[in-house]
Design a protein around this ligand. Structure first.
Ligand code: SAH
Length: 349
């Protein structure tokens, strides 16, 4: 029988496991504290647990946090972490320092099944979902890399994969990450889940009352263009998507983020900007314009800077907070839409 990984179990599941092993429930809470709050992953080091319990535990369970196979530093200060998972697949996370912030971009799937035309991850297709342990593991591993006392301050689910297509594992990971007593204690306001626009998933996430930020990859202002760029639009069109966004519960000063990748002569005209402003009317929105990041074989180009700034001006004039997000880590293949890791071992030559 393969041993269960304690990383990725909810504190309540750790309690259940303790009882199953003949110990008291609070032993499970101690386990959660060691793993999630103190980042101690060695059962031997969990000195307040009885020896006997630790022995039973070691027979049934492991504490497994992925070790980055490679750490790729970018010239802009960001770092890509490449992990090899059980079964040999590779995924990546990206650490991005910015003033006081240290944002970690987290993956939720190996590859992605949504095939957006401008995204390199989409070219891979979907290999498999990550487990809750593999999702939480990325955060624990990244935090371990940082200097003593430091950790990622903000988490964005914008790495490989579609978070809402791996719903159960995503929500379980979010519960562990936001549990203030026995989990990692992240404020939900510092966590952002980005979606390609899965309407049922957005509704479900809203009902979880997790209060995390929602980001929507919009990328077009007409169904015609959006369906061409993003096949998912044929299942959930702009009207359905924006209706779901309007239903998503927000705290008083919270807003929904809209990502809009700027593609030259595809979605970057002033007409698009005006249409976008109209579409977002009545929504507490913040727009992030992402200049297209190039990859080999891509059929798109980044618009000239002046075009991007003119687009931004239209939105600003309409009263919509709009920033241009210059992706980090472009030189190391870590920028938005560039994440693709091969499953093959790196060649030795
Ligand atoms: N599947 C989720 C999470 C991925 S987030 C989603 O679609 O939201 C990654 C963001 O980068 C998405 O907004 C995606 O559309 C965008 N992106 C993809 N390819 C890109 C590229 N080549 N240049 C810039 N942004 C890109």
């Amino acid at each position: 029988m393969s041993r269960v990984n304690l990383v990725g179990l909810l504190p309540s599941e750790l309690e259940d496991l303790a009882v199953e092993l003949g110990a008291l429930r609070y032993r499970g809470r101690q386990l959660a504290t060691w793993i999630y709050r103190k980042s101690v992953f060695d059962l031997e080091a969990m000195t307040d647990l009885p020896k006997e319990f630790r022995k039973h535990l070691a027979e049934r369970a492991v504490v497994e946090v992925p070790e980055p196979e490679r750490l790729m530093p970018s010239q802009d200060g960001s770092r890509k972490l490449v992990f090899v998972l059980a079964g040999g697949s590779r995924i990546s996370s990206v650490l991005m320092p910015d003033d006081e912030r240290m944002t970690l971009c987290v993956s939720t799937q190996v590859g992605c099944g949504f095939a957006c035309g401008f995204c390199l991850t989409g070219v891979m297709g979907l290999e498999r979902n990550l487990t809750a342990g593999e999702i939480v593991g990325q955060i624990l591993a990244a935090n371990r890399l940082l200097e003593q006392g430091q950790r990622a301050t903000h988490l964005v689910f914008m790495g490989m994969g579609e978070p809402l297509a791996n719903y159960a594992a995503l929500v379980k990971a979010l519960r562990i990450l936001t549990d203030a007593k026995l989990g990692l204690g992240y404020s939900p306001r510092r966590i952002t889940v980005s979606t390609v626009g899965l309407v049922p998933g957005i509704d479900k996430l809203g009902r979880e009352e997790l209060k995390v930020n929602l980001a929507v990859s919009l990328h077009a202002t007409t169904d015609e263009v959006r369906s061409r760029l993003m096949p998912v639009n044929r299942s959930f069109d702009l009207a359905a998507l924006l209706a779901a966004v309007k239903r998503y519960p927000l705290a008083p000063r919270q807003r929904v983020f809209f990502e809009y990748v700027m593609l030259e002569d595809v979605n970057d005209t002033l007409d698009d900007a005006h249409r976008l402003a109209r579409l977002l009317r009545g929504i507490k929105a913040k727009v992030n314009l992402i200049p297209f990041n190039d990859w080999e074989g891509a059929r798109f180009r980044r618009p000239p800077l002046a075009r991007i700034l003119a687009f931004q001006s239209v939105l600003l004039d309409a009263g919509i907070t709009t920033t241009v997000r210059w992706s980090k880590g472009e030189d190391i293949g870590a920028a938005c839409g560039q994440l693709q890791e091969t499953s093959m071992a790196p060649s030795l030559t």
